[in-house]
Design a protein around this ligand. Structure first.
Ligand SMILES: Cc1ncc(COP(=O)(O)O)c(C=O)c1O
Length: 345
């Protein structure tokens, strides 16, 4: 970006960003296709994080782009209260074909945050993602399920990150063999192309609210953009791409290669732990004295300068590539991380 236009960056108060440092040395992405972003200076950046854990099918697959464009031209908006449009019903139906157990009722939101609004229950991420890929101990989720059953407590999985193939199955519930009462999801539901979230519930929960209500509106809850036509078009096209390209199975098949690459970093400077499950990984670094998170942030910047996108989260660097990643690109990604680790202060 030209020096003269830096003042143009000031008005935007960026989310989850060190604003002052970013605006002094911006990292701007201007386009994306497949496994790569193009940076403002024209460099190709290998996407090691699926954007923000959401672009599971890779960037801008043609069927998803076309579906969104067609939907925008056909039906730009339809009110979702006391009204509907065919796309949201079709998407809900399609989602139930990949959801676990009897979770076959779906409420649409616009994000993962909205999907966890309203709730008195136990809610966990099956694998904690943005806190550093914390893999659950063996038996932990099974025990949580048993405890919730024993005490009549609803169990909710936040699958905003783990949903849509990240662990080599549609949801972590299937990959880890534990079925919750509700699942919240977002991100990969539209491959990140249009904001959307969803809450899937077991039929008994839906019936308890809807079938027992005296009449009128059963649940006073909803959003202006619930089940938006563009989002549902993107969601349907995304599910098609996942199925046609077999991306969930592909993630499963790539997992051993991924695991080997993650653990090839063992013994490198500052690495204190390496964690992985499915196509997720975290490299935990020894903190720099008095500067929490600084070492992981430096590694993130260094990797970007070397041409790969990774994500700094506290003392860890997290990796979650699109599920279309090729084995050679896994080598390339970890080659960049390895080079970065070797020169890290
Ligand atoms: C596990 C989890 N839940 C919820 C959210 C919030 O999702 P959103 O940013 O779509 O509101 C995130 C975002 O990264 C997440 O990682």
């Amino acid at each position: 970006m030209p020096e003269t236009s830096l003042s143009q960056l000031e008005p935007h108060w960026m989310p989850f960003t060190a604003n002052r440092a970013f605006k002094r040395a911006p990292r701007l992405l201007v386009s994306a296709a497949g496994m790569h972003y193009t940076a403002a200076d024209g460099r190709q950046i290998l996407d090691g994080t699926a954007g923000l854990w959401c672009v599971n099918a890779g960037h801008a697959p043609e069927p998803i782009v076309r579906a969104i464009a067609d939907a925008a031209a056909r039906l730009d908006y339809a009110p979702g209260f006391q009204m509907g449009h065919p796309g949201s019903f079709e998407l809900a139906g399609r989602l139930t074909t990949i959801l676990p157990g009897d979770l076959d009722r779906v409420f649409f939101t616009n994000s993962g945050s909205e999907a966890v609004d309203t709730i008195a229950a136990v809610i966990v991420e099956p694998v904690a993602g943005s806190t550093g890929v914390l893999v659950p101990p063996r038996g932990y989720l099974e025990r949580l399920r048993a405890l919730c059953d024993r005490h009549g407590i609803l169990l909710i999985f936040d699958e905003v990150i783990t949903g849509f193939g990240r662990l080599g199955a549609p949801f972590a519930a299937q990959a880890l063999g534990v079925v919750p009462d509700m699942i919240t999801c977002a991100k990969g539901i539209t491959n990140g192309a249009v904001p959307m979230g969803a809450v899937a519930v077991r039929r008994g929960i839906y019936d308890a609210v809807v079938e027992t209500a005296p009449g009128g509106i059963e649940l006073f809850h909803g959003y202006t953009y619930s089940g938006h036509p563009l989002a549902t078009a993107a969601g349907l096209a995304t599910l098609d791409v996942y199925r046609t390209d077999g991306l969930f199975d592909r993630a499963k098949a790539l997992t051993p290669t991924w695991e080997e690459a993650v653990h090839s970093l063992r013994g490198l400077p500052h690495v204190v732990d390496l964690r992985n499950l499915g196509l997720m990984a975290a490299i935990e670094l020894e903190p720099r004295a008095g500067q929490p998170g600084a070492r992981a942030f430096d590694l993130f910047v260094d990797c970007f300068n070397r041409g790969a996108l990774v994500r700094a989260a506290g003392e860890t660097v997290c990796l979650s590539p699109p599920l279309i990643i090729e084995p050679g690109q896994i080598d390339e990604l970890f080659g960049v991380v390895r080079a970065g680790l070797k020169q890290l202060a």
